[in-house]
Design a protein around this ligand. Structure first.
Ligand code: ADP
Length: 443
């Protein structure tokens, strides 16, 4: 500042000296005035350069100037640089923050005070069918047109979450979204969305399961209590009494089978998959199984079924012998129960590609229409409910088979057509199979 003042004095003195050198007082004054004007022009030009530099967004390097203006240029440049760096760092942090929100498994939508969309992440766009560019700045109510959502936004009570149909929802493809608004800042709103389709499906399955179990147990219970009442109120002769007792025992057995199957299912679902420490001979238990099937056929069919074992390669399988036996046994007993007397049943195993082994049961029974095939392994799913009950079925057999196969790294295959019999198969991966050790084959 002092320099600037001295500069001005120097200019004025030089102007005055130049005037005095030329003679009169007037010329001295004119010299001082001229020096003052020159100084002012130089000063204004420097100020104009600074203003021009500041007003340009793509400001080039600060102009080189000396004196106060030079200092001002330099300090302004430094201050701008600091602000620029700060801006870059907040921008970087904002990008990191948005990237974190983008990675969130939940949908996130930021709304302004008028409930217009300021930003949304990919998950929210998928949940609500939003377009990231087109819908920016749009009122969210105009985009999410679900009555429950409109009522929720109208109520202003955001203490609970609501459930609405997600984008692309249809009867065959349910898509349920849970949504909650959280107010923050200056009347802004954070809207979080969550896909609850799987949770709802699981809940619906649980409800169906409980309803099915109750129904399955109530039927034999009603029959049983009917017989008990009859026996209490009527005097029956010995023959009738024996007949009633036999029917009661049949119903009790039915409940027992159901409870056993339920326990098996829950054990299969709740325990770790069998390891590969225990190896059992396939041929040995398959022979046993076919013998059991012949026994069952003799008990329920006349003429009996023609049941044969089709032996595959000598193999050992790793896993739970008990589970594998009961799974294939379920398939064989289904074949016996659903194939009319005298029908043909073939059970066995064979090697497939990649060392996979397939346990199969083939029958000449009624066959199954294609629409039922994908649902057969669901719990309690039956094609013919009365036929299943008549033969003591619980509707859980194939669900158990599927669980056992999956626990052993395998799958269940069903090939069937109405009038052409059925083939049920369980495939097991090569990792669970090995050829019979030589000593066992020889013996
Ligand atoms: P269930 O105890 O009723 O036999 P499963 O789960 O074992 O229950 O079988 C489900 C349904 O699949 C049965 O009710 C039956 O309708 C059908 N099914 C199973 N095996 C056969 C088969 N070999 N032939 C025809 N239908 C079958």
């Amino acid at each position: 500042m002092i320099l600037r003042f001295l500069g001005l004095l120097l200019a004025l003195s030089l102007g005055g000296a130049w005037g005095a050198f030329n003679g009169s007082v007037l010329q001295t004054l004119l010299g001082v005035l001229a020096a003052a004007v020159l100084w002012l022009v130089w000063d204004t030009v420097a100020a104009a350069r600074l203003l021009r530099w500041l007003s340009r967004a793509d400001a080039p390097a600060a102009p080189r100037l000396s004196g106060l203006w030079g200092e001002l240029f330099e300090r302004t440049r430094k201050r701008l640089r600091v602000l620029e760096l700060k801006g870059q760092s907040s921008d970087g942090r904002l990008q990191d923050f948005l990237a974190a929100l983008q990675a969130s498994p939940n949908g996130v939508v930021l709304l302004d005070a008028q409930s217009r969309i300021e930003w949304s992440n990919l998950t929210a766009q998928h949940h609500l069918g939003l377009d990231p560019e087109r819908d920016l700045g749009q009122y969210v109510r105009n985009l999410v047109r679900h009555p429950a959502f409109t009522a929720y936004m109208d109520s202003g009570d955001f203490g609970r979450e609501i459930e609405i149909d997600g984008a692309g929802q249809s009867t065959s493809q349910p898509h349920k979204i849970s949504l909650q608004v959280h107010p923050y800042g200056d009347q802004r709103q954070l809207m979080l969305t969550r896909d609850v389709t799987a949770v709802q499906l699981a809940e619906a399955m649980r409800r169906d399961f409980v309803a099915n179990v109750s129904h399955e147990i109530r039927t034999p219970l009603t029959v049983l209590s009917g017989f008990v009442e009859t026996m209490q109120s009527l005097s029956l002769d010995e023959e009738e009494r024996q007949r009633f007792l036999a029917l009661m025992s049949q119903q009790a057995l039915r409940m027992q089978t159901l409870v056993n199957d339920l326990l098996t299912l829950s054990r299969l679902e709740g325990s770790p998959a069998p390891g590969i420490g225990e190896w059992t001979d396939v041929g040995e238990w398959m022979q046993q199984l076919v013998q059991d099937a012949r026994g069952l056929s003799a008990a329920i069919a006349s003429p009996v079924h023609d049941i044969a074992l089709e032996m595959g390669p000598s193999l050992q399988v790793a896993g739970s012998r008990h589970e594998l036996y009961s799974a294939v046994s379920n398939l064989v007993s289904n074949a016996v129960r659903y194939t009319p007397p005298g029908g043909r049943i073939r059970a066995g195993w064979r090697s497939g590609p990649d060392g996979v082994c397939e346990f199969f049961v083939n029958d000449t029974g009624p066959g199954i229409a294609p629409e039922h095939l994908p649902r057969l392994t669901e719990r309690f799913y039956r094609v013919d409910r009365s036929r299943s009950r008549e033969t003591g079925g619980t509707g859980l057999g194939l669900a158990i088979v599927k669980h056992v196969a999956q626990r052993h790294g395998g799958q269940v295959y069903i090939r069937s057509a109405v009038g052409q019999g059925s083939t049920f198969a369980i495939s097991l991966p090569a990792s669970r199979l090995r050829p019979m050790p030589a000593a066992s084959v020889a013996s």
